[in-house]
Design a protein around this ligand. Structure first.
Ligand code: GRF
Length: 187
């Protein structure tokens, strides 16, 4: 199975996907291409593993350019800390084959503006008792696609947005490979 990963940041989730395709936790799959919408450490990780990689600067032509370079035989497009919004046509063309990871328990704390530390700040502000991570299908509605897998943990009274971010990342590393297996296996 051929996986394309889209990143905008440090790419620790990308690293986890690369590692688990290489060690067989995600069997019979490989990351064939990494696409970034800005210069970021995620690209460096791809280079370190000799994975094809390309930077398409974010902007209005991003989705069109992405369409042109994603190989036809791609089985799954994974958004792993990817910050651009994909055009509805792109989402429709690849319907059921694009997934995203979100650092909260959707449908709570999702939608426009809910990314990165904004999410963890909002969760602390709302005095939530639990948080977690969600992997979901990508549709044209932001963070609205069907949820594939979620995992939660209890928030400690001493937790800060930063400590939450760390705990959420740990959950993400667990559920992302499982969610990918679920999607690839069910086809
Ligand atoms: C993750 O928390 C993900 O849920 C969010 O952005 C973060 C990316 O982290 N969308 P990394 O680049 O994988 O380290």
């Amino acid at each position: 199975k051929n996986i394309v990963v889209l990143v905008s940041g440090s790419g620790t989730n990308l690293q986890r996907i690369i590692d688990t395709t290489e060690n067989g936790e995600i069997p019979n799959a490989k990351v064939t291409l990494v696409v970034a919408d800005r210069e970021c450490f995620g690209l460096e990780r791809a280079r370190n593993h000799h994975i094809d990689n390309i930077l398409i600067p974010r902007g209005k032509n991003f989705s069109a350019e992405l369409s042109n370079i994603i190989p036809e035989n791609t089985d799954l497009i994974v958004l792993a800390g990817f910050l651009s919004i994909l055009k509805p046509e792109f989402c429709q063309n690849w319907n059921g084959k694009i997934i995203n990871i979100h650092p909260a328990l959707l449908p709570k704390f999702g939608g426009k503006g809910m990314w990165g530390m904004n999410v963890h700040n909002a969760v602390i502000e709302a005095k939530e008792k639990i948080s977690g991570a969600s992997v979901h299908f990508v549709t044209s509605g932001i963070d609205e696609g069907e949820i594939i897998l979620q995992q939660s943990f209890e928030i400690d009274e001493n937790d800060t947005p930063d400590s939450l971010a760390q705990k959420v990342h740990r959950v993400e590393y667990e559920i992302f490979p499982k969610a990918i297996n679920k999607v690839l296996g069910s086809r």
